[in-house]
Design a binder for this molecule. Structure first.
Ligand code: HAM
Length: 429
């Protein structure tokens, strides 16, 4: 027997039961984004590799070891499957001069690729909904991002999700802090693990982010970036916090929140839950004022965030969220050659009136077709046999809550069904 092929490890099929939940979630998210005035943008899944190296940073986990990079066999170009959306979005905004004139509020959604070790909540192909606001420099847009997240969590009925906030200051402030930090870490060099020693000079901020429990006391006592923030950075950070306080949004300042991508400055935040095990960050982002210029655009400030769809939906299910299984209005049963022909006419006429119709295909007895009709969740079966077809009529049979079967002319089907559906909804309401 031929060996059946499997999907690539860490890359999941999303099967119909789950994909229906995803679609409901995506509909809700689209409405939510529109209600804040965000507009869609769609970027390619593949980009030139240097884009991510420049944007995310050479000494980051993503660029050092998680990118799916390859050489195009036809022209030798160095390409990468996008590990995130911000770099691509900024590239597109620069390439198409979208920032000439007004600032932009944009969003995208779709798959991202990182070669991480797969586990619950961590995949090699995962999905993000990303939001980027370009050309805004005040704390108001940072706060808007956080407020909009809060509203989405409320709409989804999510509980146990908390906000962690930090300010990374400006690049000069980070440079001063970095000097102090390197000196401090160097003084504790012997106690660091291998990763820490390797990154000490290349990316000392990430050394602070270590998960190694033995190193926690050293990291706790390390120089804090907050001690190096200047007046402007403080004013910005306090501006964000003031709006959050006005809106009654609780948060915790986490001085060690540094994020895994190098483009951030000033405000950074993460939404975290304890209900998903180790992979508890469901949404994260911050300000990246230098990135547009760094990628060759005219300097402009910007901020954004992205949520992990798999993690968010897992949390939604943990919090008792249930999808409404979409059912057709009608299951159309038909047996016989003439009946089969009339079935197409009846089904298309119903769809022209806005009904959703699942037309039975493939034949079979009335009995087996009625079983399918019951299983479909449709409130009505429309039944056509050859005797009905001979006189241009169909039967309507309620499948839920009793009620009489009745026979109507095919031309009166849509109208009769509209009345019956209305009555059913009235009764259920
Ligand atoms: P990120 O923190 O790398 O940020 O990813 C954002 C979110 O994507 C994470 O909080 C997590 O929920 C989800 N995520 C990341 N990696 C995985 C994975 N391997 N499996 C499942 N979910 C994952 C960014 O990507 C930035 N581009 C966010 C941003 C937008 N900053 C400014 N604008």
């Amino acid at each position: 027997m031929t060996h059946a092929l499997q999907a690539v490890r860490g890359m999941n099929d999303i099967l119909p039961d789950t994909a229906e939940i995803w679609e409901q979630f995506e509909d809700l998210v689209r409405d939510w984004l529109r209600s804040y005035g965000y507009r869609p943008i769609r970027m390619p899944l593949v980009e030139p590799t240097p884009l991510f190296k420049r944007a995310i940073g050479e000494v980051t986990d993503i660029v050092e070891k998680e990118m799916y990079s390859f050489e195009d066999a036809l022209n030798g170009e160095h390409l990468t499957l996008r590990p995130e959306g911000t770099a691509s979005c900024v590239r597109a905004v620069i390439q198409h001069s979208l920032l000439h004139g007004a600032p932009q509020r944009l969003y995208y959604h779709g798959p991202m690729f990182r070669h991480e070790r797969p586990q619950k909540g961590r995949y090699r192909q995962f999905h993000q909904i990303g939001v980027e606001s370009l050309g805004f420099d005040g704390p108001d847009i940072d706060a808007e991002h956080i407020l909009m997240c809060t509203r989405l969590w409320d709409d989804l009925g999510l509980t146990d999700i908390r906000l962690e906030l930090n300010s990374l200051g400006s690049s000069e402030e980070r440079a001063a802090h970095r000097c102090a930090l390197v000196a401090y870490l160097d003084a504790h060099r012997d106690q660091l693990d291998e990763d820490g020693r390797r990154r000490l000079h290349t990316n000392p901020l990430r050394v602070l982010d270590t998960k190694n429990p033995l190193l926690q006391p050293i990291m706790e006592a390390a120089p804090r970036l907050s001690d190096y923030l200047g007046d402007e950075s403080w004013a910005h950070f306090e501006g964000v916090q003031q709006i959050l306080k006005d809106a009654g949004i609780p948060y915790r300042i986490n001085h060690r929140l540094v994020r895994g991508l190098d483009y951030y400055n000033r405000t950074v935040f993460e939404w975290v839950t304890d209900r998903l095990g180790a992979q508890g960050t469901v949404c994260a982002g911050g300000r990246y004022d230098g990135l547009i210029a760094q990628l060759g655009g005219k300097p402009a400030p910007a901020a954004g965030f992205a949520m992990g769809v798999e993690r968010l939906l897992a949390l939604w299910q943990e919090s008792g969220g249930e999808a409404v299984r979409p059912a057709p209005d009608v299951y159309l049963v038909n047996a016989g050659i003439e009946a089969g022909r009339l079935a197409f006419r009846a089904a298309e006429a119903l769809r022209s009136h806005g009904f959703s119709v699942l037309q039975h295909c493939g034949g079979g007895s009335f009995k087996s077709q009625m079983k399918r009709a019951d299983g479909s969740g449709a409130p009505f079966a429309v039944i056509i046999g050859d005797d009905e077809a001979a006189v241009g009529e169909v039967s309507i049979k309620p499948l839920r809550g009793g009620g009489e079967q009745r026979r109507v002319a095919v031309d009166a089907l849509a109208e009769t069904l509209a009345e019956l559906l209305y009555l059913t909804e009235e009764r259920e309401a």
